[in-house]
Design a protein around this ligand. Structure first.
Ligand code: ARG
Length: 487
């Protein structure tokens, strides 16, 4: 009964959380943004590290480090204000949500101040300006020359960027294909899924250097040619804004951007060594975290799942309903959505300051608990009714019947299904990469950015997932065999 109480509590918190979210007052605390940063002593800068030379990861003695113009700028701002710096790396299209929910304090991500964005955010003075370019496959160069040649063609862009708008507005009848990360768009281009990519000049150069099959479509000129790059700040943060602008002024006065560019170019140089020596450590870290979150997901998921299964089997109708609602909701909504709900919900709604890793685990545990509840319930139900009747007529209580007669038999149905769930979780856990949890998929993406090779890291990730799941299912077959023997 105690567990029931706890469960109810969780449910009530969840529901009231949803209501506070609908109530806008819960979001009004952003006036004293600077105060919050100062108190914390840490500046959280959000960016999407797929954007060399602005921000990318590179390997320094087998360890990944952030580098780039934006990173240097962020370091300077932190230093000017005596703050520690925390880089929060995520998809470009998640940055807006992250800053709105207070996950990050600033966006320094090669971002262009656009009228739409200015409705939601404020922008600092610009610190750079860049030109918009089109890149294509070399082999297509003789028939893709001017912007008119791209009419009706497939154009790749990074999702939610200025380049997406440009492709839509300036190319006649373009079929714009937006992907979340720059390396993915590059890969579409290389494999011929799109005919051209709209991309900012310096970023294009970084990728062209490493991909000899690509080149600029030099004849293409966009009206929205040159664009500024600035730091995005939550609305109504005058103090913070002043501090940023004075750091930017200093950067310009001292001509530091040139230094930053040079440093970035240095970091972009391919270091020697083969793929494994250079990037092996990224994948190792990924494997460790994938295993960790999967184990936590299945173990805690089993604990909660068992509780929910009991609720669902209970004699009390409302409890059964509650359990059904929980299970149906979680099985009826995508894990991807749940992950974002937990990630943004914990800060925006509950005001908690939880790391991406923990958020990812929470989402997986909740999701698993619903599936496992059904596994356990089905396992118990599959035990022949006659067993209960026989036990009860022998004088065993309900509890005793469950413990000594039903559960031991149910376990045989449950364990193999739990094993399958484990395999599923290992694969599904790749979804938490979207909030920046450093598991296998996330690290594969990091390596895509660091190596400018969009394909190989994916192959490695696939092999690693396969090794994990294949080993696990072999182990399970073994135990299943043992269970049968013990029959
Ligand atoms: N400047 C473009 C924009 O603001 C693209 C920025 C993309 N940044 C990134 N880190 N991927 O829309």
């Amino acid at each position: 009964m105690k567990q029931l109480g706890k469960l109810m509590l969780v449910f009530v918190v969840f529901v009231s959380a949803i209501f506070t979210y609908i109530n806008p007052e819960a979001q009004a605390a952003q006036d004293d943004h600077w105060e919050k940063i100062k108190k914390r002593g840490e500046l959280r800068v959000g960016l999407s590290a797929d954007y060399a030379p602005y921000e990318f990861e590179h390997n320094v003695n087998g360890k990944s480090e952030y580098a780039g113009i934006d990173i240097e700028l962020a370091k300077k701002i932190a230093k000017d204000n005596n703050l520690k710096l925390k880089i929060v790396n995520m998809q470009f299209d998640s940055l807006l949500g992250a800053i709105k929910t207070g996950k990050i304090d600033l966006i320094i991500s090669g971002m262009t101040p656009t009228p739409e964005r200015k409705k939601e955010l404020d922008f600092s003075d610009p610190y750079m300006s860049v030109t918009q370019k089109m890149i294509i496959k070399k082999s297509e160069a003789d028939h893709l020359k001017t912007i008119d040649d791209f009419a009706n063609k497939k154009i790749g862009v990074q999702k939610q960027t200025q380049q997406e708008t440009i492709a839509q507005n300036e190319i006649e009848n373009a079929q714009v294909q937006s992907l979340t990360r720059v390396p993915e768009v590059i890969m579409s281009l290389k494999s011929g899924k799109v005919d051209g990519m709209v991309i900012e000049g310096p970023v294009a150069e970084a990728y062209l250097k490493q991909n000899n099959d690509l080149q600029f479509a030099d004849g293409v000129k966009f009206n929205e040619g040159t664009k500024n790059t600035a730091i995005a700040v939550p609305k109504n943060s005058p103090v913070l804004m002043n501090k940023l602008n004075s750091s930017i002024k200093d950067v310009k006065d001292k001509g530091l951007i040139a230094d930053y560019k040079e440093k970035a170019a240095e970091a972009m140089k391919k270091d020697d060594g083969n793929f494994i020596t250079k990037y092996g450590s990224f994948f190792l870290k990924g494997i460790k975290n994938t295993i960790l979150i999967s184990i936590v997901g299945v173990l805690l998921g089993t604990v909660f799942g068992a509780m929910i299964a009991l609720l669902k089997l209970s004699k009390v109708k409302p409890l059964r309903w509650l359990a059904s609602a929980y299970i149906e909701f979680l099985r009826g909504t995508p894990l991807l959505v749940q992950v974002f709900l937990v990630y943004f919900g914990t800060t925006a709604v509950l005001g908690l300051d939880i790391s991406a890793l923990i958020c990812g685990m929470i989402a997986l545990v909740i999701n698993c608990s619903a599936y496992i509840a059904e596994i356990i319930r089905a396992g118990i139900n599959a035990v022949d009714k006659g067993q209960t009747e026989a036990a009860r007529s022998l004088g065993l209580s309900y509890g005793q019947t469950m413990k000594s007669v039903i559960l031991p038999q149910a376990i045989k149905n449950i364990l193999p299904a739990l094993g399958n769930e484990f395999v599923t979780v290992i694969k599904e856990s790749s979804i938490v990469s979207v909030i920046g949890v450093s598991e296998i998929m996330f690290n594969a993406q990091v390596v895509q950015g660091a190596s400018f090779d969009p394909f190989t890291p994916l192959i490695v990730a696939a092999i690693l997932y396969f090794i994990l799941t294949f080993t696990l299912s072999r182990v399970m077959y073994f135990f299943e065999g043992r269970l049968k023997v013990s029959d």
